[in-house]
Design a protein around this ligand. Structure first.
Ligand code: DCC
Length: 194
């Protein structure tokens, strides 16, 4: 059963997504956007350490190895952690469109429990774009890319400019990012002027 709202459904007239000509090639690993991101950063010991890969069209894949630190019930992944894995995978779609986008709405179905030790195979794709609104969907399967579906999401991401982070983030982290040549490279990839 799935209870969807209209908020994550593209309106009539929404355009099909267009893969940016300089998007990473299918199969290419998309690097972490921020070392201290809970979803993809290498600097967070108990983070999810998702490594996202560009797919065909406007899609990405990622794998999430569920560890003890990710439990909710004994031996099972926490639902909020699984929602984070979906959110992070969906966040990787910005690289295919070459825009910075943040989650506005995330509608999640938890279809079956995910055991500690399992690898969740995630896939996300953009369904449509309407102005700054990016409508997308994601699925997580247990054990293999064609394994049983454990989680699903429909989401609305909203395109933002780098100012979103400068205005809302903490000054010390923003300054550290702007002082890091690798992070500046990431920002340039989105054609923003850091
Ligand atoms: C250097 C590389 C870093 C790269 C960094 C990448 C990070 C990725 C990390 C993974 C993803 C995340 O977890 S991101 C973190 C979690 N998300 C957030 O923190 C976002 C918090 N929310 C916000 O800051 C704001 O609400 C925004 C930016 C989403 C929207 O504010 P805004 O810019 O003022 O835009 P606004 O006019 O309100 O909305 C624009 C349109 O979207 C619609 N809209 C907005 N929010 C919603 C919503 N929740 N549900 C339905 N619709 C919505 C509005 O109705 C409107 O439609 P219409 O009238 O035009 O039709």
């Amino acid at each position: 059963m799935s209870g969807r709202t209209t908020a994550a459904t593209p309106p009539p007239g929404a355009a099909p997504p267009a893969r940016h000509p300089e998007a990473p090639a299918p199969g290419e690993i998309i690097g972490s956007h921020y070392e201290y991101c809970f979803g993809c950063g290498g600097g967070v010991a108990h983070g999810l350490h998702l490594q996202t890969r560009a797919g065909e069209g406007v899609s990405v894949t990622a794998e999430f190895q569920v560890k003890e630190a990710h439990q909710g019930a004994p031996g099972l992944a926490h639902g909020g952690v699984l929602a984070t894995a979906l959110d992070e995978t969906l966040g990787g779609l910005g690289w295919l469109l070459r825009v910075i986008a943040v989650t506005g709405r995330l509608e999640t179905d938890f279809v079956r429990p995910v055991p500690v030790g399992a690898v969740l195979h995630l896939e996300a794709e953009v369904v449509a774009v309407a102005g700054r609104k990016i409508f997308c969907t994601a699925t997580g399967r247990i054990g293999a890319p064609d394994g049983p579906v454990a989680v699903r999401a429909d989401a609305l991401f909203i395109e933002v400019k780098i100012d979103h982070f400068i205005e809302n983030g903490r000054k010390q982290e923003i300054q550290a990012v702007l002082a890091d040549p690798d992070q500046v490279k990431v920002a340039r990839a989105f054609e923003v002027n850091p």
